[in-house]
Design a protein. Structure first.
Length: 471
């Protein structure tokens, strides 16, 4: 616990001295945030562009098959990772000497685990073909073959994040995702081929890119070993793998519960009120999730920094949260009038989407701040309380949605979501305060000097040496 002097406003020079616990400059962190956010926006544009091309060239039915295959493979890779992606960042950031061993573990896990997942998918599809209707087994097999390669890519990309090479991480992440659009253009526009060719190109690209990234990780590991004069051990280690899986298991529980909290309400609305109302609610939810892009980026960059410095004070995290709270408040206010554009863009059938979005906005705002707090706690070792908070929130969400959705539909679900997001935020904030001693005001309210700097520079990222970092 920190003393009362911790919350006392500091002089600008003192703020600058403590700006980054890892010793990295505030300006560098700010540009890392801007660069990462730009890459995420580019990736979203690639996804939308490929969807437009596929739907126009192949029609709605083929687009539906492609979407199902993409979502299926993506979810299998994310869940199949078993939290090992976060574990890699955590352990490597804390102890660089485990880099080569962690890399060998990643290869083993992707090869053995990924192959098992492929076999499981194909066996399930052959046993219960009605689960994936209108999808030929051969096409499913081609798509599923990408699972080990995508799993390896996911594991290895985070090695750059753990080493603090954010630019390399973002560049490779953007390269991997850009092939979704490039393959669509090549297969459908240039070659005038069909869905099978597109899926085959995607699998081939996944394999090739995983090898490229593996080569780059190998070189980065050798360079790191030379700098630290550490002997590299390119073989799996059971003890390290066990520790990683224990850490990753808590991450998996947390992510699974969080995903269900954010998705279960839509399924419940669909069940009780039908597809039309669920479709309108889905659009409102999508728009609310856009608000979380910035805190998601900030949390991604904060996580390895906390793990590396083993920060227990939470000082830099509170600075990130304060700036994010201010920026997101402005974005949320701007979203209010923009919400009423939804029926114009989507059609008259979506007339209730603005109201649903307005009900979701407070919750989205608080959940964005919670993402940053949660990444700090993950970087500090994922206390058992964090997955427990999410499990409690999941039970609350499902219970209230089952009670309210039949009578109040999507509006009731939106209110439940905001309540649940506020709950997980409050639990995380109280726990953060108990661990760091940082008061609620210090964590959430921007200081006068910080506000003046933000207003002077006209943006929360900062461009000069006198601007506070983050947000």
């Amino acid at each position: 616990m920190q003393g009362a002097t911790q919350d006392k406003p500091q002089e600008p020079d003192d703020l600058r001295t403590d700006a980054l616990a890892s010793g990295t400059s505030a300006r560098r962190f700010s540009w890392q945030v801007l660069w990462t956010l730009s890459v995420r926006l580019l990736m979203a544009a690639n996804s939308v562009g490929s969807g437009i091309i596929i739907s126009r060239w192949l029609g709605a039915e083929s687009w539906g098959v492609y979407a199902v295959l993409s979502v299926m493979v993506g979810n299998i890779v994310q869940i199949g990772g078993s939290g090992l992606t976060s574990a890699n960042v955590y352990f490597i950031a804390r102890e660089r000497k485990v880099l080569s061993t962690a890399c060998a573990n990643a290869f083993m896990f992707a090869g053995v685990g990924g192959s098992a997942l492929v076999f499981g998918v194909l066996a399930l599809a052959a046993w219960r073909p009605e689960l994936l209707p209108n999808i030929p087994l051969r096409l499913l097999a081609v798509a599923a073959l990408a699972i080990p390669f995508q799993l390896l890519t996911l594991l290895l990309l985070n090695f750059f994040l753990a080493l603090g090479r954010v630019e390399r991480y973002n560049a490779l992440d953007a390269l991997v995702q850009s092939f979704v659009l490039l393959n669509a253009v090549l297969a459908l526009v240039l070659l005038r081929a069909g869905l099978s060719t597109l899926v085959s190109l995607n699998t081939t690209a996944s394999a090739a890119l995983s090898l490229v990234i593996a080569t780059l990780v190998f070189r980065a590991a050798r360079r790191e070993g030379e700098l630290t004069k550490t002997r590299l051990r390119w073989r799996p280690e059971a003890q390290l793998f066990k520790h990683m899986m224990c850490y990753g298991g808590k991450i998996t529980v947390m992510v699974a519960a969080m995903t269900l909290v954010m998705r279960a309400d839509l399924l419940i609305v669909h069940y009780f009120r039908g597809g039309a109302e669920a479709g309108v609610y889905a659009v409102a939810v999508q728009c609310s999730l856009l608000l979380m892009m910035l805190p998601n980026v900030l949390g991604t960059l904060l996580f390895p920094r906390v793990a590396e410095t083993r920060d227990t004070s939470g000082k830099f995290t509170t600075r990130v949260v304060r700036h994010t709270a201010f920026v997101m408040a402005l974005v949320s206010m701007a979203a209010v009038p923009l919400a009423f554009v939804i029926p114009i863009a989507y059609g008259a059938a979506f007339a209730d989407a603005p109201r649903q979005l307005l009900l979701l906005l407070p919750g989205a705002y608080l959940l964005g701040l919670q993402m940053i707090l949660s990444q700090y706690l993950a970087g500090a070792g994922v206390p058992r309380a964090l997955p427990a908070f999410w499990i409690f929130t999941l039970l609350l969400s499902v219970t209230l949605n089952l009670l309210l959705a039949p009578h109040y539909g999507a509006r009731g679900a939106a209110c439940v979501s905001t309540l649940c997001y506020a709950t997980i935020f409050a639990l995380s904030l109280v726990y953060f305060r108990s661990q760091t001693g940082r008061s609620f005001a210090t964590t959430l309210i921007l200081r006068r000097a910080e506000l003046e700097r933000l207003l002077t520079c006209g943006n929360a990222l900062g461009r000069g040496s006198k601007v506070e970092p983050t947000a």
